[in-house]
Design a protein around this ligand. Structure first.
Ligand code: FMN
Length: 312
């Protein structure tokens, strides 16, 4: 997730659960191939130990096969276990470029991009996984046609978010449509793993698996309200975590963010996380408000230290 799953947050989440696979933020192939790729390369940064720990997949996006070929090579050279192609982001400034969810309307381009990514990535690493993340349609549900076509491409995995592009994040994800993709895959005999995505919180994980027969579940926003959502044994609902546990997470996130990025990343983006760690006890909102008015890591650490010193 953009501005969320950088190496700092991935490590923090992995230390509090057992996700099977983690994904990078989506990364523009065009920027990766430009003369100043630094801003895009930052999204593919990993901790050295991360690669051996569990599969890590880099997600890329674009509309130009040549750029996607080169971006996929670059991802493979960096040792990622897989390349995921974003064909689901509905944001207009991106779909206007003929990329991401716009590809649902341009199936022949989508197929060219998949081919380019396969060739690019496998020219470096023949075993690398190739996957697509998409939605169930553009302006209407077209699961059978669109996901059926994607399944024919013999991808290693297909992640299906149960909304159409026009919906953005409105309404609820349609898990019956996700189940249809599983049925299509089963009927076809292809081995593509189907991963369901949309509105998942911890109590729904097991029922969604059972109802739909998907091979995996992708959790997005659910992690914001439950840092331990990937915990198998010994899961504890996040609202039972103590204040001190949440403040420790907050402190760690700020320190790790500073150590990893210093002032090179926009500090404002870190504020997205403050809510995650400041909820569930009296006084949490006051602390959050103080944190939101900070502009540097030292300031938020000072706010936290003074809160700890004076909080009852
Ligand atoms: C802040 C934010 C950033 C996101 N960035 C990405 C991204 O980079 N790539 C992607 O495939 N989806 C991205 N998404 C979409 C999520 O992966 C997911 O498909 C969507 O939020 C629905 O699933 P959820 O209900 O589990 O969050 C993003 C969503 C949010 C809220």
């Amino acid at each position: 997730m953009e501005d969320v799953t950088d190496k700092v947050f991935r490590r923090l989440v992995a230390d509090h659960g057992e996700p099977d696979v983690l994904y990078t933020e989506f990364t523009s192939a065009e920027y990766l191939c430009s003369s100043q790729p630094e801003k895009a390369l930052v999204r593919l940064e990993i901790y050295e130990k991360e690669l051996g720990r569990r599969p890590l997949v880099a997600q890329i996006w674009g509309g130009n096969p040549e750029q996607m070929y080169r971006a996929a090579r670059l991802v493979a050279e960096r040792g990622f276990a897989g390349v995921d192609i974003n064909m689901g982001c509905p944001v207009k400034k991106i779909s206007r470029k003929g990329a991401c969810s716009a590809l649902i309307r341009m199936p022949s381009v989508a197929l060219e991009l998949i081919q380019a990514v396969k060739e690019g990535a496998r020219s470096v690493s023949p075993q690398i996984g190739i996957s697509v993340k998409t939605r169930i349609g553009w302006s209407k549900v077209e699961t059978q046609e669109w996901c059926g076509l994607l399944l024919e491409q013999q991808l290693d995995a297909l992640t299906v978010h149960g909304r159409i592009a026009k919906q953005m994040s409105e309404g609820w994800a349609d898990w019956q449509e996700i189940a249809k993709v599983v049925q299509l895959r089963n009927a076809s005999g292809w081995s593509t793993r189907i991963i369901g995505n949309g509105d998942l919180t911890w109590p729904q994980l097991e029922p969604r698996l059972q109802e739909t027969g998907v091979d995996g579940l992708m959790i997005g926003r659910g992690v914001f309200s439950d840092i331990g959502i990937f915990r198998r044994e010994g899961y504890r609902p996040y609202d039972t975590w103590s204040r001190e546990e949440k403040l420790n997470l907050l402190e760690r996130h700020i320190r790790d963010h500073f150590e990893a990025w210093g002032q090179t990343k926009d500090y404002e983006k870190l504020k997205k996380f403050f809510k995650v760690y400041t909820s569930g006890w009296e006084g949490a909102l006051d602390l959050r408000a103080q944190l939101m008015s900070t502009h540097r890591h030292e300031e938020s650490l000072a706010v936290l230290a003074s809160y700890r010193a004076f909080a009852p």
